[in-house]
Design a protein. Sequence first.
Length: 308
Amino acid sequence: MELRQLDYFVAVAEEGSFTKGARRVRVAQSAVSATVQKLERELGVPLFAREAGGVALTDAGTALLPEARALLSAERRARDTVDQVRGGLRGTVRMGTLVMIGVRPASRGLLVVDLPQVLGRFHVTHPLVRFQLRTARRGSAGHLSALLAGDLDLALVGTVDRPDGIRLHRLGGVRLSLVCPRRHRLADASSVSLADLADETWVDFPRLWGNRAMTDRAFAAAGVPRAVPFEAADQDTVLGLVRNGLGVALLPRAGVDDEEVAVVDVDDGDLELPVSIALPSDREPSAATAALLTSILRAAGRPVSRHR
């Protein structure tokens, strides 16, 4: 069994198809298929059930996946350790990012931390460190699962929950406000309550996203029903739907710069989303990961504690 075989196996398993898995590891699909088939022959069991719409893990594949992830993670840590001896900070940092938390164009304001600026300065200081950035296709919940599985080293998350096995370093919080069309009945209000929003049609982010989970929880706690027929995975689409009168939304005030919508404070409900850097608590970060964490904490004006 070779690490390359496990790498291809994990990529196919996580992407759900040989095509997407091959794209992720930047190898021809035929080579990925042949390598996985060789691994299956060596193990004597099929790891995937090949289906028309993609692949699904067999029982053997499901059992192998966490072990394969652990071996690949150990291999990366071993390489990083040797790299430190060779001089200079080296290694690869796999980081999850969020589409709605971070830096906006100048007119839209800074929300929590200017991550591109942090990474740019870090690269100047530590040019031998490589980054792999992944967006949150399944929101913060997806990043937390990837951290626990050993598929990410750290992640920027917006979450009100902290699963077992995760350590959170809070960077700040983002307060959500009501965003509605200018012609909406509440557009000129100084503030609103959750009860005022009982009959609204909502545009929101997918269910696994931290801000959606927080919003659903706030309305449930207030006993206010909420219909969410529109979901979007980026803020510009949410704003477009609101602007065209299809619903209202809850968004960070600093992220909205649109003359066709109004932004109104919500004076009740717990609607401040904690934004944090998450790391797995059951393993020590590499030297490169620890250094990047320190840079992010300093940029956000947060205390830097011992995190190795």
